[in-house]
Design a protein around this ligand. Structure first.
Ligand SMILES: C[S@@+](CC[C@H](N)C(=O)[O-])C[C@H]1O[C@@H](n2cnc3c(N)ncnc32)[C@H](O)[C@@H]1O
Length: 285
């Protein structure tokens, strides 16, 4: 495993102006799904132009950073498809199923906090959140080299190096710092289409600071997953999972997220905290 810190600074190319595609595209309901797919010939980049019926939502969610979102949409629909990170069928629905679906989640994230996006893949939702919210410090956690190479290039090309870094490795490795690096922690840990809620809680809660949160994009399976996994989540130190709908009145359908607060330290984290507090007391004597 390596730690690929994207150099900070102004690097990257400046994204081109946004353009609105007149032939409005409608897609099925947004859901927690992978954007992944097999490699293919690069589609025509105009396939990623913002459909006119989504332009209002896109302006609401991205504000004056809509041009950067448009550059990312084009990158996903071209390079992302060629490199097998996005299925070719996803290219025409990049905006509604991916960019807007992910950007809506920004409303659940407080101002100026640190965000870890676990299993970023091609940057969803991590890169989208970094575009929509330049106040956030975002770390993209992704184990696969082919995907982290794309992420590093995307961050540079979109000029996001000042607020986004890429960590190559699994969530479990990021949490323990087992490679000799300091363990990663954040106020908010996001994940989309990575694992069922019990596994996600096991991977992501250790990455959250105490009272920090897992925000999992879950779609239609949310209530079912909570019913199935609430007990496992509680054992992992999580509070009662809560469902929230994001982007109500902006996107249709809204994005469904399951949130879990890290309420208690369990296992190794609890033991380590106990040792720290004992050490603290003996030093004070
Ligand atoms: C189905 S893809 C979803 C990618 C992206 N979140 C999206 O919505 O398009 C799942 C991603 O999770 C990553 N992944 C799997 N296990 C992981 C783990 N233990 N820690 C971090 N990432 C993991 C995979 O490498 C893959 O990129």
């Amino acid at each position: 495993m390596t730690h690929d810190d994207v150099p900070t600074g102004p690097g990257g190319t400046s994204p081109g102006p946004s353009a609105v595609r007149p032939d409005a595209h409608s897609a099925g309901p947004a859901d927690s799904r992978s954007s992944d797919g097999g490699g293919a010939e690069a589609p025509d980049p105009t396939v990623a132009v913002l459909p006119v019926d989504l332009a209002g939502a896109a302006r609401t969610l991205f504000g004056d950073r809509l041009d950067i979102a448009a550059a990312y949409a084009e990158l996903l629909a071209t390079d992302g498809v060629v490199r097998g990170l996005i299925g070719p069928r996803e290219a025409p629905r990049i905006w509604d199923r991916h960019l807007l679906n992910c950007a809506a989640v920004a409303e659940r994230i407080p101002e100026g906090v640190e965000v870890l996006d676990v299993g970023s893949g091609a940057g969803l939702p991590g890169i989208v959140l970094a575009i929509a919210r330049p106040d956030l410090a975002v770390t993209l956690v992704e184990p696969l080299a082919r995907r982290t190479s794309f992420l590093i290039e995307a961050v540079e090309r979109l000029g996001l190096g000042g607020t986004v870094r890429v960590f190559r490795g699994r969530a479990e490795e990021a949490a323990t710092g087992s490679t000799g690096l300091a363990p990663l922690r954040a106020d908010v840990v996001t994940a989309r289409a990575v694992a069922p809620l019990d596994r996600l809680a096991a991977w992501c809660l250790p990455l959250a600071v105490p009272n920090g949160r897992l925000v999992a994009l879950k779609g239609a399976s949310a209530a079912e997953e909570i019913a199935e996994h609430a007990a496992a989540v509680a054992k992992l130190g999580g509070g009662e999972p809560a469902v929230h709908r994001c982007g109500v009145g902006v996107i249709d359908p809204p994005t469904t997220v399951v949130e879990v607060v890290r309420e208690r330290l369990v296992g190794r984290a609890r033991a380590a905290a106990g040792k720290r507090s004992q050490g603290g007391r003996s030093r004070r004597r």
